[in-house]
Write a protein that binds this ligand. Structure first.
Ligand SMILES: Nc1ncnc2c1ncn2[C@@H]1O[C@H](COP(=O)(O)OP(=O)(O)OP(=O)(O)O)[C@@H](O)[C@H]1O
Ligand SMILES: [Mg+2]
Length: 307
């Protein structure tokens, strides 16, 4: 038995077929799913098992490059977060609408930005980031701190950041979304983020008005041929969401939650829905690092209560 397999066994990790091949399809921005998972206070709450659908993260450099090309050929849109892509057959479906929901500080904005950043830098797919939070400059500083060179991407016309107040975005959608479409056309954007969608939804007092707006937005996005990732602030359980219509309108829904190992609160990701995609039923740990979010698709989380 190799050293690595022996070490994996000691930690309760079953080594996958490619686990000895050290690689990263891309540096930074969550590209290395083989990265060592940070030490935990207790391994008891975390079970692991061999996961056969290990995609980009566990391949050698040449295989990984081939896999990335294949992924794009078959119409997947990689997030560039290797461990996350491994869970969803290499990425989102092209031109699909996806929602990532989670509680405060679970990394929704970071993942959304990695999706845009990696798209522009690694896959030659420019992106539009629609920021609906009030403090855009603060958010930009956070992204710069994580090493995302926003200003360079903007100069190279690979990124447009739009910021709107809730009333503005509501009006823009109602009147056909021209300013957003113009931004998409100005850089040939293939990816679009809305962060967070709640800011639009809370604008509506009546549920049917909210639903109408969500449907109008969805039909605009589908016409614009962009792959969309919207973030959604979640309170409590995903199934009891205040905004169920967003889940029905989305082609894909990813849920970020937290669980305890001893007194440490850790993060876990689950694919709740992904049309046309074979994805594993399970919850997988992820960490927010200096390079963004890193997901561990080979380490399954077993615990009774996920928040
Ligand atoms: N370098 C880092 N290492 C570890 N954690 C980090 C790092 N940088 C940021 N974080 C964590 O990332 C979280 C913020 O991420 P992000 O803004 O994406 O969360 P969010 O889910 O969008 O939050 P909100 O719901 O408030 O918008 C914070 O909890 C912060 O502690
Ligand atoms: Mg956020």
């Amino acid at each position: 038995m190799s050293d690595m397999k022996a070490r994996g066994k000691k930690r309760g990790i079953v080594a996958g077929p490619h686990s000895q091949k050290k690689n990263s399809p891309r540096e930074g921005a969550g590209g290395d799913a083989t990265a060592k998972r940070p030490a935990s206070t207790s391994e008891r709450a975390v079970g692991t098992r061999l996961f056969n659908n290990n995609f980009l993260g566990l391949l050698g450099p040449q295989e990984a490059q081939g896999a990335v090309e294949h992924t794009q050929e078959i119409g997947r849109v990689p997030t560039g977060i290797a461990g996350l892509d491994a869970l969803i057959e290499g990425g989102f479906e092209r031109n699909s609408i996806n929602t990532i929901m989670g509680g405060p500080g679970t990394g929704k904005t970071i993942i959304a930005f990695q999706f845009i950043y990696n798209g522009a830098v690694q896959f030659n797919e420019p992106g539009v980031f629609i920021n609906l939070q009030q403090h855009c400059e603060q958010c930009r500083n956070h992204m710069r701190r994580l090493g995302f060179d926003i200003d360079k991407l903007e100069r190279e016309k690979k990124l447009v950041v739009l910021s709107y107040a809730p009333s503005e975005i509501a009006e823009i959608i109602k009147s056909g979304g021209t300013t957003i479409k113009d931004a998409i056309d100005s850089i040939g954007a293939k990816r679009l983020v809305i962060d967070p969608l709640n800011e639009l939804l809370i604008y509506y007092e009546k549920r049917y008005a909210m639903r109408t707006s969500v449907e109008e937005l969805s039909s605009l996005l589908r016409r614009w041929n962009v792959t969309t990732l919207a973030t959604l602030e979640m309170h409590g359980n995903a199934q009891d969401s205040m905004y169920p219509s967003t889940q029905f309108v989305s082609d894909g829904v990813i849920v970020l939650s937290t669980y305890y190992e001893g007194n440490i609160r850790n993060h876990a990701v689950e694919v709740l829905k992904m049309k046309g995609t074979r994805y594993p039923r399970g919850t997988y740990p992820y960490y927010i690092t200096d390079n963004g979010v890193v997901v561990f698709p080979n380490d399954k989380v077993f615990c009774e209560r996920i928040h």
